[in-house]
Design a protein around this ligand. Structure first.
Ligand code: FAD
Length: 574
């Protein structure tokens, strides 16, 4: 506690915001080399990483012949040539070591008969490459990392909701957070802050993401003046449970499951003759919506079937036990005997906070650094996924770049003292919170959020065009005005989820603006961004990354080049 500040003040060398795989991997790397603390709004092991089912990609070649070069090529092509190839090379080269490191930490991978790590097929990967622990891979990775962090005595502040970064003298010097359990603003000072806050799937109505995935870290960076990169690239996963969006892992198709339409036809044979059901997600999601538009959904409705029946009970229960039980619980369906109704669900943010391969935040095309600020995991854009992420490459991304960010931070904080920023940011944050708690507006956060999520689903999801995007843009302006008049029902300070939801809505609105602005400006189709009015990829005009910077009237869009090292863009067919 500081004597001079009205707020409790905590000082650490390094603050990591987020306790998912990226944050914990970085914390573990820093370990005892510096005084590191992790802050999370949910209990660490409830972070969304724990929900990852399918696996983590690495060319260890236990089942197929494989190499990091093949992995790299698949990732470049899967991302429709928008990924930065120097970063993709790092990702794929370091993948095998990353998986062995997890194995040595004690992650209980599924095994082949001979005891080596089991691998299975995944969308867009040309070799069998997904290392997995049944269909609970993220769960076991997160638990293992957490245990190792505890052993290394990493300090955790759990159930603290971070509201703002503290930027003074051109450097990030800490952050201001709300204590969810007890109420009240706390101030944290540090030499370096790593954002590892995950994705923003909750911007959309149908999503596989956890309630907490509201993109707060991206929004905080945006507020602090960091331009967000490639935000228009939002991944829709082909197989969410109908109406609920809960994910059915791609591993279900990797293990041999197929998609069928109302006629029982395996329609992916028409859209991706060679890869079929395990083509990349953008391709499969568009195919499903095209079937639905052509009235080929089941009973003419807006879903198709995922059919696992031919896999047999033994394989389903052994390889996909969680999926089997989800479907049983949520739909009352036994996947051994019945096909499962599915529709695309918002799943992953390819874009985010721009960083170099060492997790340092960069703010322009000259790679100018933002002092004191780092980012890793889904909230960051390195960019290894380009315009469309391949399955199992995100767990890999959070581990590889979480670790690298940790290494870089240790190196860079040497010789820097923990500064004593003023209370200015904390005072502003307090005003904002008081305003929400005591305000007398006539709007509810839930009402605005539901409208936002529905609107984004209809106007800015898998198929986009200028008319829809313009409508989205003007509706967002109205929603922002309504947001200024939000009132919350619960005026208490303890466990006030109304307050948190209102704060999260602020993040969702800012991010939605950057998604729509990027999508409007990009008059081509690439990866997950499909413009009906510009259906072809335009390398001459748009082989470049979008940067959306906060301006007085909304996002200001500019571009920076893509780094191409090994593979020149080619036509992308599967
Ligand atoms: C259902 C599902 C299945 C998936 N399956 C796979 C898979 O099989 N393979 C694969 O490679 N990828 C998969 N993915 C993607 C992958 O799991 C995620 O991209 C990845 O785990 C994100 O990790 P992260 O560390 O960046 O963030 P997260 O794990 O989302 O963690 C974010 C952290 O930030 C904290 N936080 C956020 N905002 C605040 C705030 N304001 N204040 C304080 N704390 C905050 C949260 O508390 C949390 O601890 C899946 C994703 C989903 C949703």
């Amino acid at each position: 506690m500081s004597l001079s500040s009205p707020f409790p003040v905590h000082r650490h060398d390094v603050l990591i915001l987020g306790a998912g795989g990226a944050g914990l991997r970085a914390a573990l790397e820093i370990g005892e080399a510096a005084d590191v603390a992790v802050i999370s709004k949910v209990f660490p092991t409830r972070s969304h990483t724990g929900a990852a089912q399918g696996g983590v990609a690495a060319a260890i070649g236990n089942v197929d012949e494989d190499s990091w070069e093949h992995h790299m090529f698949d990732t470049v092509k899967g991302g429709d040539y928008l990924g930065d190839q120097d970063a993709i090379e790092v990702l794929c080269r370091e993948a095998p070591e990353t998986v062995y490191e997890l194995e040595h930490m004690g992650v209980p991978f599924s095994r082949l008969e001979d005891g080596r790590i089991s691998q299975r097929a995944f969308g867009g990967h040309s070799a069998v490459r997904a290392c997995h622990a049944a269909d609970r891979t993220g769960h076991v990775i997160l638990q293992t990392l957490y245990e190792h962090c505890l052993r290394k005595k990493v300090r955790f502040y759990q159930e603290f909701f971070v509201i703002s970064l503290i930027k003074e003298d051109g450097r990030i010097q800490g952050l201001a957070a709300w204590d969810i359990l007890k109420g009240g603003i706390h101030v944290f000072h540090a030499k370096a802050v790593l954002l590892a806050t995950g994705g923003y799937g909750r911007t959309y109505k149908t999503t596989s993401n956890a309630l907490a995935n509201t993109g707060d870290g991206m929004a905080m960076a945006y507020e602090a003046g960091v331009p967000l990169e490639d935000m228009e690239f939002v991944q829709f996963h082909p197989t969410g449970i109908y109406k609920m969006g809960i994910l059915i892992t791609e591993a279900a198709r990797g293990e041999g499951g197929i998609l069928i339409n109302r006629n029982g036809e395996r329609f992916m044979e028409r859209y991706a003759p060679s890869m079929k059901d395990i083509a990349p997600r953008d391709v499969v999601s568009r195919a499903i919506y095209t079937e639905i538009r052509n009235r080929m959904g089941i009973d003419g409705k807006d879903y198709v079937y995922l059919d696992l029946r031919h896999l047999g009970k033994k394989k389903i229960l052994e390889k996909l036990p969680e999926i089997h039980s989800f479907v049983q619980t949520y739909l009352g369906i036994d996947a051994v005997r019945e096909p499962v109704p599915v529709q695309p669900t918002c799943h992953y943010a390819m874009g985010g906070i721009p960083t170099d391969v060492n997790g340092r935040v960069v703010v322009d095309d000259k790679e100018t650094l933002f002092p004191g600020l780092y980012a890793a995991g889904e909230c960051a854009c390195v960019s290894v996924h380009g315009a469309n992420r391949l399955g199992c490459n995100s767990l890999l991304d959070i581990l590889v770049f979480g670790k690298r960010a940790g290494e870089k931070i240790i190196e860079e904080i040497r010789g820097i003292g923990v500064s004593e920023p003023s209370d200015k940011t904390a005072q502003e944050v307090r005003l904002r919170v008081e305003d929400l708690l005591e305000g007398s507006g006539n709007e509810t956060a839930v009402g605005i959020r539901e409208r936002l999520q529905e609107m984004m689903m209809v106007r800015c999801s898998v198929f986009r065009n200028e008319k829809l995007l313009k409508e989205a843009e003007s509706e967002l302006k109205k929603l922002k005005l309504r947001y200024a008049a939000v009132q919350i029902m619960d005026h208490g300070r303890i466990c006030n989820t109304d307050l948190l939801e209102a704060l999260e809505l602020g993040s969702l609105l800012s991010l939605a603006e950057t998604i729509v602005a990027g999508a409007l400006a990009r008059t081509e189709s690439r990866g997950s961004h499909f413009r009906e009015d510009f259906p072809v990829r335009d390398d001459a005009g748009f082989l470049k990354h979008t940067l959306a910077r906060k301006g007085p009237e909304g996002p200001l869009v500019s571009y920076k080049p893509v780094r191409i090292t090994r593979y020149q863009p080619m036509e992308r067919t599967y």
